[in-house]
Each structure stands twice: as structure tokens, then as C-alpha cells.
Design a protein around this ligand. Structure first.
Ligand SMILES: C[S@@+](CC[C@H](N)C(=O)[O-])C[C@H]1O[C@@H](n2cnc3c(N)ncnc32)[C@H](O)[C@@H]1O
Length: 354
């Protein structure tokens, strides 16, 4: 029986202490408890999660958001490597604590990404003290069985002093730990990777790039980082070639500023040996009133039709391209419409000749 790995192994905690068993659940706001209020043992084996695991062990996922979960929507249980053979230890009530954990490392970042903020954010001394307190008293105790730490929250794995310090502390405490990292890549160079002793510890590296040229990159990140990024990508792709990064992804959040660069991004990612992952800009609170302007995937957007047409490009058939369920739906629709049109024109021509 194949089951979703995350339900038995992973948790993700957000700013307000809510605990989620995977990112997709977070999107559908399905928290299994609150780490600031409840005992972790109770959260990890709460009624909701026990029910989800029971269902998963029967091959069912009634509590998951199938429209948002990329794994369930793309071929489901049989065709996706997130789904693995259930181990004998996989029970509705788990005795082992999670082996993969993500918790928030504040919002510190070296960029002012248009999707996320208008200012460079850097934690003050009091915030760092508060974080350290949570780290020592709340997060560390639940990490007793951890083997993968994920850094993918609102800050940046490399562009934040706090995140770098946490990575260092975690390695000191758990010398065998591995990492899943998400970063804008601007500070993810040889210097920090070596200094943090990460060269042999990255199981998944995701880099948010969103562009194929300096001008668009600046429009989105609003800091000058393109040249540094290219230098870092060269070094990281060398690590990938050496087999040190099993899972390597370039991320592209599609919006009105960058959709015309999507096809070029497919080539760009392949040059560095990375997957090209596309998803649409989403209406998160951080966008305030910018969503309507940016959301080119919305029917009401002035560029919607041209955007959807562009998705027909065969460049997106490449194996290393991953589309979100929504983008995939738009693409499939555009392809069907194009095929129907060309069939119609063949018949029209045929009858004209006759
Ligand atoms: C918040 S960032 C933090 C990690 C890191 N600083 C980075 O740039 O990847 C995580 C990812 O979420 C994406 N993101 C942020 N706001 C978004 C939104 N409103 N819709 C879709 N994706 C968004 C970013 O582009 C980035 O790929």
C-alpha cells in the first residue's frame, strides 16, 4: 500500500503556532493544532490526523485539497514519488515524532519581493530574543526524531542572519541533519554554503527566480541581485552535477510582470539542471491591493487571453516542467481550443477545394 509520506513524517508550523501536516493543507487552512496552546503529543496524534492517517492507509484522501495538492492532482497515489510504500511503523497513532520539521524563522529577508513586502525586513534585538526563547523551549523539544529541517517560510534561508544562525545551531545539535531549503538565491553562494557546512546536507534546493533577465528580476525582487544570483547558480549547479542535490527546483510565480518569460525560463532551468516549477500568484494577505493587477491568470485581467494562448507553447511539454493544477487546467483548455480550431479550419479548406 502506497501512502502520502507527509502524513506520517512531517509537520510545518506557521507564525501563529498553527501546525500543518503539509504545505497544501496550509493553503486550505486545515491546521491540526496550535503549538503555543496544545501539547505536541496531542497535536501529532489528534483526532483529525489519526483519521487522515487511517484513510491514507486505505488509499483514501478525503481531507486533502485535491485541487491544490500537486501530488494528488498529478496522477495521484500511484504516479507520484511523495507516495511511498507504508512502513510497518506507519500507524494512525504514531509513536515516532516527525522526522521532517519546518517552523517560522521570522520574516528577515534580503529582498523586497513584490508578492511579499515593500520593505527589507530585519528582526530587532527583542524579536530575536523572543525567537530564541521559542526555539529553545518549543521547537527543539519536538525535534527529537528529526532528520530533515525545512527552511521555506516568510524569510530567506541565506539572506537572513537569523536563518543562518538557526541552521548553524541545528547542525551543532543534530550533526546528521539534512535540509530542504527555499531561497531567492541571491545570498546562496559558495561562501555561506561552505561556512554553514551545507555542501553535503541539501536534499532539496528550491530557488525562487521568477525571471530570465535582470530587468524583470529587479521588477519582482526590487533589489539588485541578478548578477550575484547567476554566479551562485553556477556554483550550485556544480553541486547538483556532483550528485549532492537530489532535488533541484527553480521557482517561477507567474504574474503580469513575468508571464512572457515563462517559455525562456524552461530553457534557463534546464541549463542549470533544475526543474522549472510554475505556479500562479495567489491572493495572500501580503499582497494587499496588488493582487488584481498581478493575477494574469484571472479571466478579468487585461492580458488573460494572450497569457492563456502562450501556455500552448510546446516548451512546456519538457519533462522538467511542473505546472500548478490551475496553470495546468488553463493550458489543457487552451490546447483543446487550439486543436478544435485547427480541425475546423482543415474542414473549411477541404470543402473550399471541393
Ligand atoms: C515567501 S518566499 C520565502 C522564501 C524565499 N525568500 C524565497 O524567495 O523563495 C516563498 C515562496 O513563496 C512565493 N510567494 C510569496 N508570495 C506569494 C503569492 N502571493 N503567491 C504565490 N507565491 C508567493 C515566493 O515567490 C517564493 O517562491
Amino acid at each position: 500500500m502506497k501512502v502520502c509520506w507527509e502524513l506520517f513524517n512531517a509537520i510545518e508550523i506557521t507564525d501563529d503556532g498553527s501546525v500543518y501536516v503539509c504545505c497544501e493543507q496550509r493553503v486550505s487552512k486545515f491546521s491540526v493544532g496550535n503549538i503555543f496552546k496544545d501539547k505536541f503529543e496531542d497535536i501529532w496524534n489528534c483526532e483529525k490526523l489519526v483519521k487522515m492517517r487511517e484513510a491514507a492507509l486505505k488509499g483514501e484522501y478525503p481531507y486533502c485539497n485535491h485541487g491544490i495538492c500537486e501530488k494528488l492532482s498529478r496522477g495521484g497515489v500511484e504516479k507520484n514519488d511523495l507516495f511511498i510504500e507504508a512502513l510497518p511503523s506507519y500507524k494512525p497513532v504514531m509513536t515516532l515524532f516527525p522526522i521532517q520539521i519546518a517552523f517560522p524563522l521570522e520574516r528577515d529577508c534580503n529582498a523586497k519581493c513584490i508578492y511579499c513586502r515593500d520593505e527589507i525586513i530585519s528582526s530587532k534585538k527583542e524579536q530575536i530574543e523572543l525567537f530564541n526563547d521559542k526555539f529553545n523551549n518549543i521547537y527543539l523539544p519536538i525535534m527529537k526524531d528529526v532528520s530533515i529541517f525545512t527552511v521555506n517560510d516568510m524569510g530567506d534561508a541565506f539572506g537572513s542572519k537569523l536563518s543562518r544562525q538557526v541552521i548553524k545551531n541545528i547542525i551543532n545539535r543534530y550533526p546528521k541533519i539534512k535540509f530542504k531549503l527555499m531561497t531567492n538565491g541571491i545570498c546562496a553562494g559558495e561562501k555561506f554554503i561552505k561556512e554553514l557546512d551545507l555542501e553535503n546536507r541539501i536534499v532539496e534546493f528550491s530557488i525562487s527566480i521568477n525571471a530570465v533577465c535582470e530587468k524583470t528580476h529587479y521588477k519582482i525582487f526590487r533589489v539588485r541581485g541578478w548578477k550575484l544570483l547567476l554566479k551562485n547558480l553556477k556554483y550550485i549547479s556544480k553541486l547538483k552535477k556532483m550528485g549532492k542535490i537530489p532535488s533541484f527546483h527553480f521557482k517561477f510565480v507567474v504574474c503580469s510582470n513575468n508571464w512572457k518569460e515563462m517559455a525562456k525560463f524552461v530553457k534557463f532551468a534546464s541549463k542549470y539542471g533544475a526543474n522549472a516549477d510554475f505556479w500562479e500568484v495567489r491572493d495572500y494577505w501580503t499582497l494587499e491591493n496588488k493582487y488584481e493587477d498581478l493575477a494574469v491568470h484571472n479571466e478579468t485581467h487585461k492580458d488573460f487571453e494572450a497569457f492563456v494562448k502562450s501556455l500552448v507553447n510546446p516548451a512546456f511539454n519538457e519533462k522538467h516542467v511542473v505546472f500548478s493544477p490551475l496553470l495546468m487546467k488553463l493550458r489543457n483548455k487552451a490546447i483543446s481550443e487550439k486543436e478544435a480550431k485547427s480541425e475546423k479550419s482543415i474542414w473549411q479548406k477541404f470543402f473550399k477545394i471541393k
